[in-house]
Design a protein around this ligand. Sequence first.
Ligand SMILES: Nc1nc2c(ncn2[C@@H]2O[C@H](COP(=O)(O)OP(=O)(O)OP(=O)(O)O)[C@@H](O)[C@H]2O)c(=O)[nH]1
Ligand SMILES: [Mg+2]
Length: 362
Amino acid sequence: MADPSENDSSLSEKKGTPPIARVSAKVAHAVKRRRSQVRDINQLAKAILDGDKTALSQGITLLESTATKHQPQAKQLLEACLPHANRSLRIGITGVPGVGKSTFIEQFGMLLVSLGKKVAVLAVDPTSSISHGSILGDKTRMEALVKEPNAFIRPSASGDSLGGVARKTREAIILCEAAGFDTLLIETVGVGQSETAVHSMTDFFLLLKLAGAGDELQGIKRGIMEMADAIVINKADGENIRAAKLAKTEFNRALHLYPPKASGWSPKTLTCSALKNENIDAVWHAVEDYFELTRANGYFEEKRNEQNKFWLLQTIESRLKREFYEHPSVKSEFEKQLALLEAGETTPFQAAETLLRLRNSS
Ligand SMILES: Nc1nc2c(ncn2[C@@H]2O[C@H](COP(=O)(O)OP(=O)(O)OP(=O)(O)O)[C@@H](O)[C@H]2O)c(=O)[nH]1
Ligand SMILES: [Mg+2]
């Protein structure tokens, strides 16, 4: 006979009806909790699909959570939103600090909203774990956009690695699309590898530049020039107009030296003034032309497929890595192997082999 306390559960409360199965109170509690979580997540997903911005924020916060207990919920939310994703134009915007990204996004976003678009602004900023997200402080610089019902602005996820931050932004894209945002602006500051990460999750890559004193091409990373679908020289106003025009010519010339892009698109060079709200529409027209071309020639889909493949591999790699380092046997053996290595009693390869075998053995 089982311990009567085992029946002390909500599933066997009813007198007269025999319990279908004996369920311990602990298990019943866990089942109940899971059910309520499932319901909550379903509700959250539904609110997101209804375009509720508060729910969208909550959803992204859940995705960003590093707590183990949130992982299944985050996964469930993503799965609920995934069938409704993939429907937006994703535009990456990069440029060095001070180039005018926030000012530009404010104007560009407002233009898009006026054209009937629903605009979401996200960021990949590997430095944001220290500064708590540049967009957050920036919300003052996006005063009008912040107030727009058809705009959503989210500061960068924090994280200890660019890969982690980028993955979270990538997942936030899915939620924004499910919430009906059809134009996504993904900002990153031009440092480190973050441009590559943003490039791997966007359809169009826009590089904001400043006109200098004839040294426009100096200090610009070749890889970034190659990624750019448009180079926009900002702050083309006042005394700066002439220099901006010169810079435009110079960039244009430089771009012609690169081999043709797989997209069939020739990158455009433009000037604008985000501050004065001048020529912002020309930038949008270039983006529109790009989408028209790449949708017609199939490159749009091709690139998305490539990106999906990339993210599949990235996800597998990061999961395998985490599981490996969190494996109890690996954890306990790791320090020992390090000590052996330092003492010259093993080689890096041998130590790796030992640790990897531990992971496989269970
Ligand atoms: N003259 C002029 N100033 C501009 C223009 N766009 C931005 N600015 C000014 O440049 C400064 C930096 O602009 P931000 O929009 O904050 O630049 P950012 O690229 O977002 O900078 P970080 O967030 O630090 O990376 C601000 O003082 C803006 O007012 C422009 O088109 N013309
Ligand atoms: Mg900014």
